[in-house]
Design a protein around this ligand. Sequence first.
Ligand code: HEM
Length: 326
Amino acid sequence: MMLGIIEVFIVLVASLLILQFLKLQWMRNQLPPGPAPLPVFGNLWLLNFKLRRETLLTNTYGNIYTVWLGQSPVVVLNGYKAVKDGLVTHSEELSGRPLTPFYADMMGIFLTSGHTWKQQRRFGMTVIRSLGLGKNSLEHQIQMEASHLVDNFANTKAKVQREIEAVLEPSQLISYEDRKKLPYTNAVIHETLRYSNITSVGVPRQCVRNTTLLGFPIKQGTLVLPNLHSVVYDSEHWEAPWKFNPDHFLDLDGNFVNKEAFLPFSAGHRVCLGEQMARVELFIFFTSLLRAFTFQIPEGVKEINLEYILGAILQPHAYKLCAIPR
Ligand code: HEM
């Protein structure tokens, strides 16, 4: 009996799907374990078609596992130990960035790999250095910017203000060095960066040569996602990760303590190039604003929406705040 065009088409599609399924099963055996991928969709249905920190944190498959974003396997590193193994111990091997059709036209330092990235990174570092960070000239620009910003607004607690008042003169120019005298303020800034980690699950890397992560062989070209959210919320490293608590960065005597799992800027070869600049800016702006203003939500407003908006980075919803000169 002759098959009609529709039947031929159905048989063809079914065979392709079966072949694809078998291929995926074969590829799965070469990768760390993870949920079974479907042809075409991979595990996207499991992730609700989004790379959200909540879905990736599920510890069903341990600290290293594979999820399939459509047809592409991504090896996810979960928790401080696994992320450190990827970003620090195998820093060089994981220094690539995957290029997807979505941003193939953009070739900035954020997205390049190999030789081009090395050149751009070296150039970027020269630029940052020429701004004079550490030699005070960038710090001076930030101080000036902060004094303009004081005309504007922000948010936090009386405890920070009491600490600032006790340590700094009202008109004294605030310098980054002052953080050492303001442990509580410094802890609040660190806790904000941890709790509201803006890059969510971090930025994917690509393996530039064959390597081994936590005992699993990983082939050159494999996409790896060191899940930064799982590090700054790792319950083995933070007393109460889901609570905003500056004590995470303070010892019992109120001294500031740095934490190894504080990695909002990532780590290793591709660590955020602007880390130092961001740290100086945040400290000087935040301290200047809180010295000059008390911030509160407008009368009648009961609460503000603390959910994030998922974009290239996590953003807050718009909200109104009153800045009352002190
Ligand atoms: C709170 C502020 C910031 C946070 C939390 C942050 C975080 C990050 C993270 C997680 C990465 C990805 C690193 C990786 O691949 O593992 C990154 C990369 C990068 N950041 Fe930042 N960043 C901040 C501010 C800045 C600023 C102010 C600048 C510029 C002056 C900057 C410039 C860059 C660049 C150029 C890269 C790409 C580096 C590379 O691929 O080699 N960042 N950042």
